[in-house]
Structures are given as C-alpha cells and as structure tokens.
Design a protein around this ligand. Structure first.
Ligand code: SF4
Length: 461
C-alpha cells in the first residue's frame, strides 16, 4: 500500500495506542519520547494522524483480537496514514500481520528502540516493512529510557524483560524471549532523571521481575539463587534506588513467591521507603492445578511466604491474580482455591477466566472448561474478593497514614483529592489541587466508596 506523507518532520503527527501490561505502557512512553526527539508531534489516537503506532498484546485470544481491531481502526481513521504494529502480538503473528493490507510496518520486541529509523526507512523506500527478530535467540536488554511519564506522581520503571518460566498457559516466553536485565547504571540514571522531574514514587516492573539480574544463570543456578534470595540482584537494586535522594517510595511489580526469604523480607522491612505491597501471582489454590499450570510452587510454600511477610510487616498489602476454568479444573479443585483464598485473605484478588492461547501447552490439554462455568467461578471469586478487600480496608479506620496525592476525582457527586498509602490503599480527602504530588499525613475515618477510604488531614503531624 502506497502512503503519501509529504509533511516536514515537525508537522508529522504520530498517535499511539497501548494494549496490555504496564511494561507495554512504559515502552509506549519511551517510543513517544523517541518520536518527540525526532521532531514529530504526538496526537491523540482518535485524531487524524500521519502515523499510528499500536503497541499490541497477545496474552489472550481476546488481546489478539483487540490488537487487530485497533490496527484496522487506525487505518479507518486515516487511510493514508502509516499504520505500525509493535510488540508482543507482532512477535506471535508476524506473517499474518505482514499480509494484512491495513498494516504497513511491523516492529517486533527488542526493535522498538529503532522505531523512528525503521519508519523513516519505510517512508523512503516502501520496501522493508518488517523488523522482527527471533526473540528466543536474543540476550540483550533493549535500553528504552524515559524522561517523564503521563502519570505525574508514580513512575513505573521497566528494569527486566523476558521470562524463562514457561507456565503452561502463557505465551509470553515465546514473545518476549529469555530473561534480560537492564544495566544498573541505566536504571540509576533514569531514577535520577525521574527524581529531578519531581517523581516521588518509583515502581519497578518487568515481565518476570524476580529474575532481574539472573540473565546468565542456568536453570539450576536460577533456582538456587531464587530459593536463597539473600543477595539477589533485585534486593541490591532496590536498596541502591532507595538511597537516591528524592526517592520517597519504592514499590515492586509482580513477584514470584520463591523470592520471599527471611533475608529478603528482613532487609526490606528495615527500609522505610519500601512500600509493603507484594503482588504474588497465585493463579490457583489447588496443587494439582498448579502442577498442570507448570507453576514452580505449591500452596504450602505460598502460604509460608505470606506468613513470613506478615511476620515482618504490619498488614502488608498482599495482592494476587487467580485464573479460573483452567483445563481440567474440577469443582473440587475450584473448591480448594476458594478455601485457600479464604485462608490467606488477600487485600485484592484479580480474577481472570482462562483463555486458550494457541501455541501453549494448556491450549492442547483435554477437558477445556465451558465459558458458562468459568463465568460462574469468576463471579464467586469476585464476591469473595469484595469481602476480603472490605475487611482489609476497614482495619485502617481510625489510623494515621501518609498519602501520596495524585488527582481530583468525583465520588458520589462530591469532589475529593485522592492518593495512595504505602500499602496501596486508596484514600480520599476534601482538599485542594495543591496536594498533588505531596505526601501528607491523614487520619482515616471511614469509607468514601466501596474501594476508597475517607480521611481528613492530620495537621498535628
Ligand atoms: S512467569 Fe509464567 S505467567 Fe509469568 S510471564 Fe513467565 S511464563 Fe508467563
């Protein structure tokens, strides 16, 4: 398809759309900055642009469909525009995307840093319309840096890519490749840049964050390192980041339970900047299901790790993901998950219905579960989560907390300033816009809504 972009660079408009996870959001922001540095103007995706970049996701079949829909939507918005498909779905479905008339350029993972150059090459010769490498063979971390973020108070920072775990339902190891870690100097340089821009909270993210710094480890070495997580590179980088002046909070993305050891927890519990918020993906509370999922822990180990966290931190925020309707999940197995969730009482459980992902082992498993059963099971867990969440939030009523304020929102027709505590509890106060990006002591006195606590400012602190 012939595209006719004749404007000089500074008049060229580029629009982005991101699907999927926080890592994708981070990478989109980094690509936006590359385009800005090259004198392009960033516009909203709904506007007429000269170039549309869709950062795709392939975590489920629904994500695939959405990725295709958005790429086609871009072409409809401006049939003369160059439509660029980037990211994980590209990695999984390169040939189909190249054959698709609506898509002009496909850019795989670990090629995003070259996106401006790839686009300009394409515009000049219309020949080379793909840059997708065999991600399984690539061992380099692609350094994509950001200077600022759309979110004004909390900076999500990607420090790791890829995954070696091969959970049986997950396509990510095939689309993101093997574990690769960002260099310490690059991480610290970005932390300094973000702090200079005024960010107070850094959230470390990755595809499999617990693997940070273990790139060259063999499977055995990896297991050993993660089982004795005293000196893991992750623990070291958390400590170094929290020593940077201006960083007031440091939070972690999803962790694997095995990384929680006495040493890990003790070190972190002494770090006042560290937010006691642990996202440990459980996926199932039944050992037989966990085995079929190829998860590397059982419920006993998971429970021990949660207890360890609760010993060293006061009411740590334990959050998790659970998949319902995994192939072969019987009523009894699902019952075990319910019992386990009741025992642990997470602060928040994100419930996902199993979705078949072509190319994974689980897709070929027998006894796939009917959608109606998945729906029922999901509703049951969502109800349970509401109760657990309420119980957790209620335990803070009457307490002093510190809130990092983010934005003004309307709850039940009333305006509030809202932010989060270290434990990621959302709190609303009647206050001024000037609270944004301030950490302020408050006293919690009730609920502003089902999931948000109400507080007043504690001027005595
Ligand atoms: S740990 Fe499992 S679910 Fe997470 S990215 Fe790796 S393979 Fe996928």
């Amino acid at each position: 398809m012939e595209n006719q972009i004749k404007q000089p660079l500074e008049n060229r408009k580029v629009a982005f759309l991101t699907l999927g996870c926080k890592v994708n959001s981070y990478e989109t922001e980094a690509m936006e900055q590359l385009f800005q540095q090259a004198s392009y103007t960033i516009v909203d995706f709904a506007e007429q642009a000269d170039i549309y970049v869709v950062n795709t996701c392939t975590v489920t079949n629904i994500a695939d469909r959405k990725s295709r829909q958005m790429l086609h939507k871009a072409k409809k918005l401006n049939p003369d525009a160059v439509v660029v498909a980037v990211g994980c779905y590209v990695q999984a479905a390169k040939d189909a995307l190249e054959a698709d008339e609506a898509i002009d350029l496909v850019v795989g993972n670990n090629q995003k840093k070259q996106i401006v150059q790839l686009l300009e090459n394409y515009l000049s010769d219309h020949e080379e319309n793909e840059a997708v490498i065999d991600i399984a063979q690539d061992s380099e971390y692609e350094e994509l840096a950001i200077g600022s973020l759309a979110e004004k108070t909390r900076a999500y920072m990607k420090i790791q890519d890829g995954c070696n775990q091969f959970c049986s339902y997950c396509i990510i190891p095939y689309t993101r490749g093997r574990i690769r870690s960002r260099k310490k100097e690059d991480i610290l340089a970005e932390v300094h840049r973000l702090v200079n821009k005024g960010y107070k909270e850094i959230v470390l993210t990755g595809i499999h964050l617990s693997s940070y710094g273990l790139d060259s480890a063999s499977v055995e070495e990896y297991d050993q390192a993660i089982d004795q997580a005293q000196h893991t590179p992750l623990l070291q980088i958390i400590t170094e980041i929290s020593e940077v002046d201006g960083v007031e909070r440091i939070r972690l993305g999803s962790l694997e339970p095995r990384i929680i050891t006495d040493e890990f927890v003790k070190t972190l519990s002494k770090n006042s900047k560290f937010c006691p918020h642990f996202h440990l993906s459980l996926q199932s509370g039944c050992d037989a299901t966990l085995k079929r999922m190829n998860r590397k822990y059982d419920t006993k180990l998971f429970m021990e790790k949660c207890e360890q966290l609760r010993e060293h931190f006061d009411r740590p925020a334990l959050t998790t993901d659970v998949i319902v309707g995994f192939p072969g999940e019987t009523e009894e197995e699902f019952g075990e998950t319910i019992q386990f969730l009741k025992k642990i009482t997470f602060m928040k459980t994100h419930v996902f219905k199993y979705s078949k992902r072509q190319g994974t082992r689980a897709a070929a498993m027998e006894n796939q579960i009917a959608e109606s059963i998945k729906h029922e099971r999901s509703e049951t867990l969502i109800e349970l989560d509401k109760k657990n969440n309420h119980m957790y939030l209620e335990s803070f009523i009457g307490e002093n907390e510190k809130v990092l304020f983010e934005e003004r929102v309307t709850i039940d027709g009333k305006e509030y300033m809202v932010g989060h505590t270290q434990r990621y509890v959302k709190v609303a106060v009647e206050g001024e816009e000037s609270l944004v990006n301030q950490i302020v002591p408050v006293v919690i006195d009730g609920f502003a809504s089902e999931e948000v606590l109400h507080a007043f400012m504690n001027y005595s602190k």
